[in-house]
Write a protein that binds this ligand. Sequence first.
Ligand code: DSN
Length: 426
Amino acid sequence: MHKDTVLFGLINKELERQRQGIELIASENFTSLEVMKAMGSVPTNKYAEGYPGKRYYGGCEVVDEIENLAIDRLKKIFNANWANVQPHSGAQANTAVFLACLKPGDKILGLDLSMGGHLTHGSPANFSGKNYQAIHYGVKKETGIVDYEQMEEKARQEKPKMIICGASAYSRDWDYKRIRAIADEVGALVLADIAHPAGLIATGLLNDPFDHCHIITSTTHKTLRGPRGGIIMMRHDFENPFGAKDPKGNLRMMSSLLDLAVFPGMQGGPLEHIIAAKAVSFGEILEEDFKKYGKQVIANAQAMAKAFVAKNYHLISDGTDNHLMLIDLRNKNLTGKKAQETLDKAHITLNKNAVPFDDKSPFVTSGIRVGVPAVTTRGLREVDMVTIVDLIDKVLTSADDEGVIASVKNDVKELMIKFPLYPELG
Ligand code: DSN
């Protein structure tokens, strides 16, 4: 029994919400109980500014081991030569890269937010668009695929210091080799933000950015199925192109500039309990079962995409290579906002999302983003994806019929009872 019955009552309520609903937010997942156990553990009490072996406080010998374990496991997953596991989030990881590699006012070239990009890739509302000169490439209107010719043209014209690839709402794989060739031509660094597909890259199911991109960032809680957090990695360490030197006058390696940008550049004490949970999830990723999970994510996404297309839904790029799909609802006479809110009432959770060349505001949007990492973790398979699409379609074709919504809500509950979530929690 908890002393704070109010707060723990709310946590139980959230557990029930997660259990009863179909979770289709592409960036969410369900961690293992061991990951959660590590998150709620004693390293939360420890201050450890600095890095293993070079801390500013005493008593760090055990958290040093924890952090080294997380780093070693992460390097093994991606065959990387250097990793920093301290960023509190993906946005913090990107901030550190900007801090290490750019000066305020420098030009960056990233995928437009309205075309599936991320806030931290140069949106005017974000530090990346406020402190740096952001220019953008998009996707092709006819195909929904990244417009590499436009990327090349803008890179040649604008000579950005950094090209960013990666997205929040893009269902296709990336041509990292081509991006690197463009960057080399104009003397830019390449940052690959793999926050969404990282778990599928880790299992070799999507193109590997590590040989082509200088720096890789990710979150740890999406397809990697770990605690909420960020990471930065490199496979090939390289001398920094900015000439920054250490106090002895030696040229600093890029990894050292990135470490300094995370701490003391941008963060204080690392969250060692979260780093412990990252280590647990990285251990899980290294197990054979995680490969099966990745394959099932892709199989489920493809089964779901096919079922949507069969019901005349317009998928951007006509399908998916990864864990998500972006659906333009304009042929269904629905906005993304209306779809999200109506599906919410039936306990089907997803998010409204701008589609490329959207004519509606980001608060309304013409589309929805649908992802399968969380339902795949719960054990749902291809046949269940077809059932989910049937349920979504029922709600969306009768979006104002409270009777239909109530009946689908009941069907959702009955479906999800078959896939218990955290039964150990009672
Ligand atoms: N909020 C995340 C997503 O949903 O994709 C990105 O930061």
